[in-house]
Structure formats: structure tokens, C-alpha cells
Design a protein around this ligand. Structure first.
Ligand code: TRP
Length: 453
């Protein structure tokens, strides 16, 4: 077999891993989940979870990939030398598929909203008109389907370019542009009258709002946002150079992830409060609420174009990592050429994404426990499949993989002396994280399958 590709220098690696973690999760999902779960209190729990749970998980998944030098399924098989554990890798591939089913639809919406912004389509519309235009669009069938397909084709094109020339190159260009756009938006939001109320909502915690359910939501959000529990960090880990410092990568990436999420909140909530909008508007926050805001505010025309470009870039750098999990699996496990493997995955994704869109059409019978496929797949992955995937990966890293192999990976074979950090990580991975996931999981899964009426 030819030599496996690796990412370039540390900047390139951070750009790619950062590109995976920073996505719709930060800009579309984080603000509305924070809004629904009490704002600042949620953010506090979220930051703790990111530090003590998500960073160690990310380190362990990257270690599994770098030690296994294979796709998610192959890495587990090689390291455990048995077939039983490869199921965890396979579960990751399936999870990636389900996430992509709705990710591409939402990313497709961002293309539509970009076009709408360019043609100044929000200007002069009343809130009612904006809302009904959105509902008409998402339930129109062929429009969102064709945009989701367009998005899948664009992501596929990057993947076909390969690991270094496609994925790494795209990320190195797109990530810095995104950061600049977001900072510009936050600065602009300080000029709004709702600025102090919006920032207070995000930064001034009301501790009485912290409940078990908020904690699980925070955990699910953190897993989603840090691309954990489904093999993305395993496959990316397998491309990380043996000499690269894992702590530096995971640390920088986690900081970027949390910072970008909070900055998106800071860019969005001042506007939400300025125009008297409900912070708990749910998934439509970015697609109904914000266009309203843009329609009313000075400079809204440029800002809305910029915002939807940001959303689109964020989405495409992440979807590349989700698709790479599936492509590397098909490519290595079935020995199918990379380009063909990508085509097969694109076709499969086109079908499932279309089903997701169709489930949102009026009178559609595609529903699971009362939810359309987009909502259901989102919930299924973030509160069930990702925690389960992360749990098994931690059991693997803590109990199956030898302590020596894990320590070797974490220190890059002794190149970096992080003795204390490594010991803390190991302790968290072996005992604390599995216990926390199990606890939250048992209390909340029960509720998920028996929805409160
Ligand atoms: N983290 C990305 C986001 O915030 C989404 C994503 C990419 C993802 N790869 C993933 C989520 C793997 C879960 C698992 O939008």
C-alpha cells in the first residue's frame, strides 16, 4: 500500500481539525441551544464539559487513529487485534452518515439565504412575511433538495482533491476568513441598543437554571461541536504526523471551538434583544430571527451577505470531515479507489438528504416519534449515538489499549514531556468520563424515548 497521507505543519493540522470542529454547530446550533437552556448558565456548564470531557475525548480519539493508522473501523481492529471492537468504528461511520443527512440540508439553506441576501430579499418584509417565506422554502421539496445536493457535490469535490491538496488547502484559506468575518460582526453588534442586555444574557449566569437536562444538552452540544464520538477525530488523528504535539492541537482547537461559539452568541444575541425577539426561538433562530434583524438594521444588507457566507464556509469545512470518515472507510475496508468511494458516498447522501427534506413537506408521512427526519436525526445523534460512540471509545482507550500505547501517543513517543497532563487525561478517560456519560445518559435517554406530553 502506498504511504498514508499526513497533514503538513502544526498550522495546517490545527486549521484542518479546527475546520472540522467549527461548523454549523457553533454558529447555527450553539446560539439556539444556549438560548433555550438559559444562556450564561448553559455556557458555563458547556465550557466545563469542553475542558474536562471533550478535550480528553478528542486526545484519546486522535491517539486511537494515530496509533491505528487506519479509518475508524480499521483502527479499532488493528489496535485490539480482535473483531469485536471494530463495531465501534462502524457505529461511527453510521453516525457520520446520519449527521450528514441533515447537515447538508441546513448547509443548503445557507446557500439559499446567501442568494436571498445578495438580491436584498429580506428588505422591507414584515416578520410574518419572512417567516412564511422560510416555511414555504423549506417545505417546497425540490429547492432545498437541489441545494443540499449542490452542497454535497462541493464537499465531495474537496474530498476528491485528497487529504493535503484538497482538505488541508481549503481549510487553511477558509478558516482565517471565517474568524475575521465573525470578529467584524461582534464589533458591529456593540453599536446596537440591545448590546448590554444580549451580553448579559450570555455572560451573567443564573445558577438555578442548571439541571440534569441542561447538563446533557451541554454535553451533546459539546460532542457535536467538537466532532466527537463518531470517528472524525480518529481518521484525522491517523493523518497527524507522529512528531506533532497532540496537546497543542487539541488545546488550540478546543479554545477556537468555544471562542467561536461564544463569539457567534455575542454577534447574534444583541440583535435578538434589540429587536425584541425570543432568545429561545429554536433551530429557526438563525434563519428567521436573523433575517428579520438584518431587514431592520442599518448595514443589514452587507451584514447578511457576510453572515451567510460565514455559515456556509463553516459548514463545508466540517462536512468534509464527516464525509472523510465514510470515504476512508469505504476506500480502505473495501479497497475501492478514493474517487469512486467518494462518488458512492455522495449518492448515498443525496438519497438520505432528500428523504430529510421530504419529511418536512406538508402532509409528509415520514415521521419518527412525532418528529420530522431533520429533528429526529439531530436528536438521535447528539443525545444517543455520539455519547455511546464516545463512551465506547473511552472504554477502549482506558481499558483495552495498553496504558503504554496511549501514553506514547499522547507524548508523541516521549518527544513532549506532559507527564502531569497525561496522567490527568488518563484518569479522566478511564474513570470519570465513562461515569459522567453513563449517568447523564441513563437519566436522559429514558426521557427521550418517552417524550413528555
Ligand atoms: N463539529 C461540526 C460543527 O460544529 C460538525 C461535525 C463535523 C461533527 N464532524 C463531526 C459533529 C463529527 C459530530 C461528529 O458543526
Amino acid at each position: 500500500m502506498s504511504k498514508r497521507s499526513t497533514f503538513g505543519n502544526i498550522f495546517g493540522t490545527i486549521a484542518v481539525v479546527g475546520g472540522s470542529v467549527v461548523g454549523l454547530g457553533n454558529i447555527w446550533r450553539f446560539p439556539y441551544v444556549a438560548g433555550e437552556n438559559g444562556g450564561a448558565a448553559f455556557i458555563l456548564v458547556y465550557i466545563c464539559m469542553s475542558l474536562f470531557i471533550s478535550i480528553p475525548i478528542m486526545l484519546t480519539e486522535m491517539s486511537i487513529g494515530r496509533a491505528g493508522q487506519s479509518n475508524a473501523m480499521g483502527s479499532f481492529r488493528r489496535l485490539s487485534k480482535t473483531r469485536a471492537w471494530q463495531g465501534v468504528g462502524l457505529l461511527g461511520v453510521i453516525t457520520a452518515f446520519i449527521i450528514m443527512s441533515f447537515y447538508s440540508v441546513i448547509a443548503g439553506w445557507s446557500i439559499k439565504f446567501f442568494a436571498e441576501s445578495v438580491s436584498d430579499g429580506f428588505a422591507g418584509k414584515s416578520p410574518n412575511e419572512i417567516e412564511s417565506a422560510f416555511t414555504a422554502f423549506i417545505s417546497s421539496g425540490w429547492k432545498p433538495i437541489s441545494l443540499a445536493l449542490l452542497f454535497i457535490v462541493m464537499s465531495g469535490a474537496i474530498i476528491m482533491g485528497g487529504v493535503t491538496k484538497g482538505i488541508e488547502k481549503a481549510n487553511k484559506i477558509l478558516m482565517p476568513i471565517m474568524a475575521i468575518i465573525l470578529v467584524g460582526m461582534v464589533i458591529k453588534s456593540t453599536t446596537l441598543s440591545g448590546w448590554s442586555e444580549g451580553t448579559k444574557f450570555l455572560l451573567n449566569p443564573d445558577f438555578s437554571k442548571i439541571t440534569w437536562s441542561v447538563a446533557l444538552q451541554a454535553l451533546g452540544q459539546s460532542f457535536f461541536s467538537m466532532s466527537l464520538g463518531m470517528g472524525a477525530m480518529i481518521i484525522y488523528g491517523s493523518y497527524i504526523k507522529k512528531k506533532s504535539n497532540m496537546f497543542k492541537i487539541a488545546g488550540m482547537v478546543a479554545i477556537s471551538d468555544v471562542t467561536i461559539a461564544v463569539l457567534s452568541g455575542l454577534a447574534i444575541f444583541p440583535a435578538v434583544f434589540t429587536f425584541g425577539i425570543e432568545p429561545a426561538s429554536g433551530p429557526q433562530l438563525v434563519f428567521i430571527t436573523l433575517p428579520n434583524v438584518f431587514a431592520q438594521m442599518s448595514g443589514g444588507y452587507i451584514l447578511s451577505i457576510v453572515f451567510f457566507v460565514l455559515l456556509f464556509f463553516a459548514a463545508i469545512t466540517s462536512s468534509v470531515s464527516l464525509i472523510e470518515v465514510m470515504v476512508s472507510f469505504v476506500h480502505e475496508e473495501f479497497r475501492i479507489k478514493r474517487v469512486q468511494a467518494t462518488l458512492i458516498i455522495m449518492i448515498a447522501l443525496a438519497l438520505i438528504s432528500s428523504a430529510c427534506v421530504m419529511s418536512q413537506m406538508p402532509g409528509s408521512t415520514i415521521r419518527v416519534i412525532g418528529l420530522d427526519l431533520i429533528d429526529f436525526n439531530d436528536k438521535l445523534t447528539s443525545v444517543f449515538l455520539m455519547p455511546v460512540g464516545a463512551l465506547f471509545s473511552m472504554l477502549f482507550g482506558g481499558w483495552v489499549l495498553s496504558r503504554k500505547s496511549l501514553f506514547n501517543e499522547l507524548s508523541s513517543n516521549g518527544l513532549f514531556k506532559h507527564d502531569t497532563l497525561i496522567k490527568i487525561t488518563y484518569f479522566l478517560v478511564k474513570y470519570i468520563i465513562p461515569a459522567v456519560i453513563l449517568l447523564l445518559f441513563i437519566t436522559e435517554t429514558i426521557k427521550f424515548f418517552i417524550p413528555a406530553t
